[in-house]
Write a protein that binds this ligand. Structure first.
Ligand code: HEM
Length: 116
């Protein structure tokens, strides 16, 4: 699975930590996460990604469409955020083909997150 190829839960969590660091350093998207517990957020998104990438544990959290419904995220903002995932993967030394496949999995939630 992509989960195995990335190096399992620890590796996915490390990439997710870097992903949110990139987001918080970007004033075009950082404000969405004002007041959010980022340790918690990192754990939840890492769990979600592990499941989506073929890991052994099912996602036990909320439906992503419900979670993001009120946020007004635009397609452009989502694309920006996906770019932050891509750079987190690349800076972790993940091979280009695996970066592309992982990003493609994250892209599957665009329809649930974008509402504006
Ligand atoms: C929750 C924003 C994209 C997965 C959240 C929360 C915010 C947020 C603010 C916290 C909600 C709360 O605790 O009240 C955004 C924005 C995005 C984005 C602005 C893009 C522009 C994504 C993507 C994924 C994702 C790409 C998955 C790959 C999650 C998960 C939760 C969450 C798993 C927690 C759900 C739960 O509480 O069970 N998001 N998100 N989000 N987001 Fe996103």
């Amino acid at each position: 699975t992509l989960f195995d190829q990335l190096g399992g839960e620890a590796a996915v969590t490390a990439v997710t930590t870097k992903f949110y660091a990139n987001i918080q350093a970007d004033p075009t998207v950082a404000n969405f996460f004002k007041g959010i517990n980022m340790a918690d957020q990192t754990n939840k998104t890492a769990s979600f990604l592990c499941a989506a990438l073929g890991g052994p544990k099912a996602w036990g959290g909320r439906n992503l469409k419900d979670v993001h419904a009120h946020m007004g995220v635009t397609n452009a903002q989502f694309t920006t955020v996906i770019g932050h995932l891509r750079s987190a993967l690349t800076s972790a030394g993940v091979a280009a083909a695996l970066v592309d496949q992982t990003v493609a999995v994250a892209e599957t939630v665009r329809k649930d997150v974008v509402t504006a």
